[in-house]
Design a protein around this ligand. Structure first.
Ligand code: AMP
Ligand code: GLY
Length: 423
């Protein structure tokens, strides 16, 4: 089969790395990809948001199956457009991708399906929103309704912070349309966990558990990022907890989406809070987490491609996935300054040495190459991922690989996996 993966981050590198191993693949492309991805897939010079361009290219190049990585093309309907052009495409339709595209939509679906989640209300008027905050008190959480590049959520510890978040979204319009309405919700206390399942709209196949670290600094401090590292399995999600999450959260959501005539196909990533009253839904994403994808696929023994095809074809009930018993841990290397502004084109040395341990894979998230020289192009640049007998072992191997890199402008957290290693 001729496959096109869409995206340019570490997640897409991991997808290409896994798909390239499938005996079903005759040719693999990635649009736009990055320099590291070129080891697995031929690059295509088209952006992930260029839906028309991608459809035309896929048609001209006889692509059999398209695998979008990020949420942006899904939310604007790449699956619908590809399928309408006769090209099989993995993932949710635009109607189903609303589970990530709109917080209000997710709350409505959750309420209709009886999914446990924080109490909430939606506002478009700033003074009504402030009155609600006065009535509820802090801590409280304010969320821009639409996609805001991961920056639309304020966990306000004081009422003043909550007012400021309201003003940003509803008065100063800093998120544009995405912040034209806000969801204000109850603050939930507990340990966060994420849970990914594949689904064909009806059947559900849980993936290995994984947990990321969102804060930029050691000890989970500093601003939120896309994810500074990750490990799998996640001990907080015990098999009993997984059953509860499937029964109370995932299955009711999948059934409700089907009932609405917008069945969800693809990977559904549930962000959870494990509270004293059991697991509650924080949010849905409609794509693999990044760097969760890197650790999950590192542990996957089975061929990924038939599972993705089965999601699209409604045949997931025939499938079973096998996983390595080993743990995996990914340390994200970012450019100094991230998640704020950062330099581009800083030189990275030692990539070959870092990948020397056969248990280590260095996934690229933002690199380009000039001859033999590797240069950084992004905030998150590398995902140094190791397998190990335990999470502690994977952690030791991943940091040993990180230490073989020579990249003065790069940094990473030194404590990825601390919760799991400490247990
Ligand atoms: P989201 O983009 O909805 O995942 O929110 C980003 C982060 O904000 C989450 O990973 C949580 O750490 C935090 N968060 C979101 N909603 C809540 C909530 N209701 N209570 C506590 N923390 C939350
Ligand atoms: N690692 C978090 C995310 O992909 O949203």
């Amino acid at each position: 089969m001729r496959i096109l993966v869409i995206g340019s981050g570490g997640r897409e590198h991991a997808l290409c790395w896994a798909i390239a191993n499938s005996p079903l693949v005759t040719k693999l492309y990635c649009a736009p990809g990055n320099a590291g991805i070129e080891a697995e897939a031929e690059p295509v010079d088209l952006k992930a948001e260029d839906i028309e361009g991608l459809v035309a290219w896929a048609r001209d190049n006889a692509i059999d199956f398209v695998v979008p990585g990020p949420e942006a093309p899904l939310v604007v309907g790449i699956v619908d457009t590809m399928e309408a052009a006769g090209i099989a495409c993995w993932g949710p339709s635009a109607g189903a991708a609303m589970l990530e595209g709109s917080k209000t939509f997710t709350k409505e679906v959750s309420d209709a399906a009886g999914v446990p989640t924080a109490a909430w209300q939606r506002f478009t008027d700033a003074s009504e929103a402030r009155a609600y905050i006065d009535q509820q008190g802090a801590p409280i959480v304010v969320k821009a309704d639409g996609l805001a590049a991961g920056k639309g959520v304020t966990v306000a510890m004081t009422k003043a912070e909550a007012y400021a978040a309201i003003d940003d979204a509803l008065v100063s319009n800093i998120f544009g349309e995405a912040g034209a309405s806000v969801v204000i919700e109850e603050f939930m206390e507990g340990e966060e966990a994420s849970f990914h399942v594949l689904t064909d709209g009806e059947s559900v196949l849980p993936l290995a558990t994984a947990q990321d670290h969102k804060r930029v600094g050691d000890g989970d401090t500093g601003p939120n990022t896309g994810g500074m590292g990750c490990y799998s399995p996640a001990p907080v999600l015990t098999p009993e907890m997984e059953e509860i999450v499937l029964e109370r959260i995932v299955h009711p959501t999948v059934a409700e989406m089907k009932r609405r005539g917008t069945p969800f196909k693809g990977v559904l990533y549930a962000g959870l809070m494990i509270t004293a009253d059991g697991p509650k839904l924080v949010e849905y994403n409609v794509r693999f987490g990044d760097p969760e994808c890197q650790v999950m696929l590192s542990r996957l023994k089975s061929d990924l491609l038939p599972a993705l095809l089965a999601c699209r074809d409604g045949e997931l009930h025939h499938l079973n996935l096998r996983w390595h018993d080993k743990a995996a841990l990914c340390v994200v290397m970012a450019t100094e300054g991230y998640p704020g502004s950062y330099l581009k084109d800083t030189q990275i040395e030692g990539l070959e040495a870092a990948g020397d341990d056969e248990a280590v894979t260095v996934f690229h998230a933002g690199t380009r190459r000039e001859g033999e020289t590797w240069l950084s192009t992004g905030g998150r640049v590398l995902g140094v991922t190791a397998l190990g007998d335990t999470i502690a072992d994977a952690q030791t191997r991943a940091y040993a690989a990180v230490d073989r890199l020579d990249w003065p402008q790069g940094f990473c957290r030194r404590d990825i996996g601390w919760r799991a290693v400490g247990q």
